[in-house]
Design a protein around this ligand. Structure first.
Ligand code: GLU
Length: 554
């Protein structure tokens, strides 16, 4: 076979050479050791946690080394593409604070190594495809859908490996130039296949997390270009990561099995292999059987990144959570460095786990509470307001209207009041959605009584609030205030010390616990709420009197 003529027949419009293309993608001007990484999501419209998981690794590796992190849209699969998906993806990444130095933008491309959408790179792939044909390393294959199905059935029946190789490739590999020409002229559709070699050899690849991988060398005639001329992931990945000078390819472990194809292509094209990093699949504990299983799009809402946005889970929380999954020493580092940004964490491949990463929402909740508790109230306010603007506009109006009160409220239980526990700050907020419920009592517009007054107080409600309001002085400090509460407690026949009531319940109507619960319910709607004195000072005297007076006249 005259490979040059075959290449010309298959790619008559390709005029550029490999060298021409390479010139357009010169080596990057970066300091020694700088890593170039990317994420290559497919625009399916569904952005999953794994996208962010891999993005965080790639971003950390690039930016901690002074390198470049870019976004490439892998849209070679026509069927999966959804309108607006690129925008959704970019917005989601932006929401979670993932910043790209270059790559696909919602309209167009940003950077010198583009275009960054694979469909816009068709001509580039064809230059390398033509070269492979010229070298006798690729050929057109005219197998029809039926023929392929037939081959698969035979292979299944014979317990052979599926795919086109060896005897299954023979017919199309040995077509003459004339036959190829006839097929094309008669309108038969074809794909371009790589010519695999049956060597029985093994390849060895050093994976950044998994260490040395020994795998059988590729023997498959895998597809490089589909019948519409669009490349497969395998071919596009190799061409793009070479031209864009990716030093590290961070991707899910589902790609491990196709690694031999990629290695074969890099070697055939004479290009240096990037460092591969195959990341662990996201798993969860199955609620029904207690076993570990892969997160499922259908069953597990937490697989979608939109879940975290809709629930209002802070970006910092999601980062801390993913870093905990990603590096086994993260939690230890966090304890030793409580006040430092997670961006300071010395992220490394060595501390990454090879087995499935467990997504545990309980753990996420704990991390959320810790992170939000440690956040400055002004930052909590800003993030919460941003979220409300998108997901709860009524609440956004309240937050804007009562900014000072809200910030003061976010300080409650953090050591601001004389009565609070500095060493055990309250961890009430876990996400912005729940904050809208938890904090609703701070605003008359959303204040509601949820809990019932304690039964022990049934006969004492009016009396209590009357006395309380008579002696209430908003300028009392918390101990003067508490002395008054104790005095009324006693006057009404309740035990000031809960243990006295426990010891001798017939002596008292109840204890101070019932009294303060009653007060808390009247002020906040809940028996379980932050410190009454502090809350009263956030609400202000008018609101306090207003809420309590209702109980005097009941
Ligand atoms: N398009 C591939 C995916 O969505 C990307 C794999 C890669 O990053 O190389 O899984």
């Amino acid at each position: 076979m005259d490979n040059k003529s075959l290449a010309e027949l298959l790619f008559p419009d390709v005029r550029e050479s490999r060298e021409d293309i390479e010139k357009r993608y010169p080596a990057r001007d970066l300091p020694d050791g700088a890593c170039v990484t990317r994420i290559g999501p497919s625009p399916t419209g569904f952005v999953h946690l794994g996208n962010l998981y891999n993005a965080i690794i790639a971003e950390r590796i690039a930016h901690r080394s002074g390198g470049v992190f870019y976004l490439r849209i892998e849209d070679t699969d026509n069927k999966r593409e959804v309108e607006g998906a690129v925008e959704t993806l970019i917005n989601a990444m932006d929401y979670f604070g993932v910043k790209f130095d270059e790559g696909a933008a919602s309209t167009g491309n940003n950077g010198a190594y583009g275009p960054y959408r694979q469909r816009q790179r068709k001509d580039i792939y064809h230059v390398f495809a033509k070269w492979l044909v010229e070298q006798g390393k690729a050929y057109p294959c005219f197998l029809t859908e039926d023929e392929l199905n037939d081959i698969r059935d035979r292979q299944t029946a014979n317990k052979e490996n599926p795919g086109i190789y060896g005897k299954y490739a023979e017919a199309n590999r040995s077509l003459t130039l004339e036959q190829v020409k006839e097929n094309i002229e008669s309108g038969k559709s074809w794909v371009l296949r790589f010519k695999g070699e049956e060597t029985g050899e093994y390849i060895s690849v050093e994976d950044a997390v998994r260490g040395k991988l020994e795998m059988p060398r590729n023997n498959m005639d895998f597809v490089l270009l589909k019948s519409d001329g669009i490349p497969t992931y395998h071919f596009a990945h190799v061409v793009d990561d070479h031209l864009m000078h990716s030093t590290h390819v961070i991707r899910g472990e589902e790609w491990l099995s196709s690694l031999p194809m990629h290695v074969e292509l890099f070697n055939t094209l004479g290009w240096r292999l990037p460092v591969y990093c195959h990341t662990a699949t996201l798993m969860k504990i199955d609620e029904e059987n207690g076993g570990k299983r892969k997160l499922s799009k259908r069953k597990d809402p937490e697989l979608a990144l939109s879940y975290y946005q809709q629930e209002g889970i802070s970006r910092d929380v999601v980062w801390e959570f993913l870093l905990t999954l990603l590096n086994s020493n993260y939690e230890e580092w966090r304890l030793a460095n409580p006040a430092v940004s997670y961006l300071e964490f010395p992220f490394s491949f060595e501390k990454m786990s090879v087995s499935g990463a467990l997504v545990d929402l309980e753990k996420l909740r704990d991390i959320s509470k810790e992170v939000i508790c440690a956040m400055a109230p002004e930052k909590v306010y800003d993030e919460w307001l941003d979220w409300c603007r998108e997901y709860s506009t009524d609440f956004a109006d309240l937050l804007s209207k009562y900014k000072d009160r809200t910030i003061a409220a976010l300080n409650v239980g953090k050591g601001g009041g004389t009565n609070s526990f500095v060493h055990k700050p309250r961890k009430d907020i876990e996400n912005w959605k729940q904050a809208c419920v938890f904090m609703s009592f701070y605003y008359d517009e959303t204040f509601k009584i949820y809990d019932e007054m304690p039964a022990e107080c049934a006969d004492s409600v009016t009396d209590f609030f009357k006395k309380y309001l008579e002696t209430y002085d908003h300028s009392d400090d918390s101990s003067a205030w508490f002395d008054k509460v104790k005095s009324i407690t006693e006057q009404l026949g309740f035990a000031v010390k809960p243990k006295d009531f426990k010891k001798d319940p017939d002596q008292f109507k109840g204890s101070i616990v019932h009294i303060t619960n009653m007060l808390r319910i009247a002020l906040t709607g809940h028996a379980n709420a932050p410190d009454i004195w502090e809350v009263s000072h956030v609400l202000g005297e008018d609101i306090v009197r207003n809420r309590l007076e209702r109980w005097v006249n009941k």
